[in-house]
Write a protein that binds this ligand. Structure first.
Ligand code: PLP
Length: 410
């Protein structure tokens, strides 16, 4: 991806009011979008507007305001369905975040289908959100977790996933993009391989949705989990995509209001999908904000976003390669715009604190992926993650900041 693209990043940055801020007296250089992304005015304003003018409880109101709020909420569900090309908005279950989406599948589908001796196949690059719910399920059911190993560059060992799919495998749960390494997994091929053995696949799409067009039908994913806050929407809201037939065969997740059809002290019957999985009052404004965020992304175009981020990543790789003390963790071909790195003799937290003095926000730690850190024999990394609102200048500032780190520790 050598050539310059005509991506008007300056116009895009004007959509994000946070970039009017200075940090420590310097312009904010925000390189932590993999943790949580910034929000465009369209999202912020729509949420405020909804609370000002349209807010009411949804689904059960018999008055106009409630009808408006319900309409807007369900319209947003439809927008999110279109964003990932789901065949039907009923396949979109509203959750709090990707973590809850994965727990929902573990606790409903998983409890129903797993027993002693069964296996769940994950990869060695999973976020804790795609490890711990399965471990808990294994403890409850006597099933076992199996883990596809990683190569040194952060990609999956070739052929290992296919080899490890066996008669006992009941589910594969794999990330689309790794938050700690940036690796983009060949999920479409992995899903096809799993399906050839009759194994359904949950994809943790938390880090893919902000960077590339996701088409759940083309992928043939059985479940796909997303958090709104990583796709420039509000925090506290996410979705689980599930194929309708799978969702319809699943028992409820939490009990309470909204998820029932009828309740008596003797017997309760449950609502249709997706309401069956949506107990209690949801974050109504949150979903509406999520809908605006995906509209905003669609307006820019996910292909344009992906191309710009590739250009930024190539530039960042080039600039970081000028600093021999920087060792990148995760260099898989075709990786996404996550730059995890270590510097001999400098703890990632110290790197983060020194960069912060220059207004640069990066992440330091294990990134909720402790097994990844263990795989590479390091306690933590510094991680700069890019989004489409970042510029080459941001990378230049980062590189200058790293030189300051080296002076400090040199
Ligand atoms: N999966 C991946 C790959 C992530 O990067 C994250 C968050 O960093 C999650 C899952 C969990 O997302 P959330 O905390 O929004 O549930």
């Amino acid at each position: 991806m050598g050539g310059e693209t005509r991506f008007d990043v300056e116009a895009i940055r004007r959509d994000f009011p946070i970039f009017e801020q200075t940090m420590r007296g310097k312009p904010l250089v925000f390189l932590d979008s993999a943790a949580s992304a910034q929000k465009p005015s369209a999202v912020i304003d729509r949420i405020a507007d909804f609370y000002r003018n349209e807010y009411a409880s949804i689904h059960r109101g018999v008055y106009q305001l409630s009808e408006v709020a319900t309409f807007e909420f369900e319209k947003a569900r439809g927008k999110v369905a279109r964003f990932i090309n789901a065949a039907n908005p009923r396949e979109i279950v509203i959750t709090r975040n990707a973590t809850e989406s994965i727990n929902l599948v573990a606790q409903t589908w998983g409890r129903r289908h797993l027993s002693t001796g069964d296996e769940i196949l994950i990869t060695g690059m999973e976020h804790h959100a795609n490890i711990v719910p399965w471990q808990m399920l294994c403890q409850e059911t006597g099933a076992q977790l199996r883990v596809v190993p990683l190569l040194d560059d952060g990609s999956l060992e070739p052929g290992a996933f296919e080899r490890m799919l066996g008669e006992r495998t009941k589910l594969a749960a794999i990330c689309h993009v790794s938050n700690a390494l940036g690796t983009v997994n060949p999920v479409k091929e992995m899903i096809a391989a799993a399906h050839a053995q009759g194994v359904p696949v949950l994809v943790d799409g938390a880090q893919a949705a902000p960077h590339m067009a996701v088409d759940v039908q083309d992928l043939d994913a059985d479940f796909y989990a997303i958090s709104a806050h990583k796709v420039f929407g509000p925090s506290g809201i996410g979705i689980l995509y599930g194929k309708l037939a799978l969702l319809e065969a699943m028992p409820p997740y939490q009990g309470g209001g909204s998820m029932i059809h009828t309740v008596s002290f003797e017997k309760t019957t449950y609502a249709e999908v997706p309401a069956r999985f949506e107990a209690g009052t949801p974050d109504i404004a949150g979903l509406i904000g999520f809908g605006v965020a995906v509209d905003y992304l669609a307006h820019i175009g996910m292909d344009a976003i992906e191309a710009w981020e590739k250009e930024l990543l190539a530039y960042a790789n080039e600039r970081l390669a000028e600093i021999p003390q920087v060792r990148l963790i995760g260099t898989a071909p075709g990786k996404a715009s996550v730059l995890s790195f270590v510097i001999e003799g400098a703890h990632p937290h110290d790197i983060g604190s020194i960069l912060d003095q220059d207004g640069i926000a990066i992440r330091a730690g294990h990134h909720c992926a402790q097994p990844v850190m263990e795989r590479y024999g390091i306690p933590a990394t510094a991680r700069a993650s890019l989004a489409f609102y970042n510029t080459k200048e941001d990378i230049d500032v980062l590189v200058r900041g790293i030189h300051r780190v080296l002076e400090f520790f040199g």
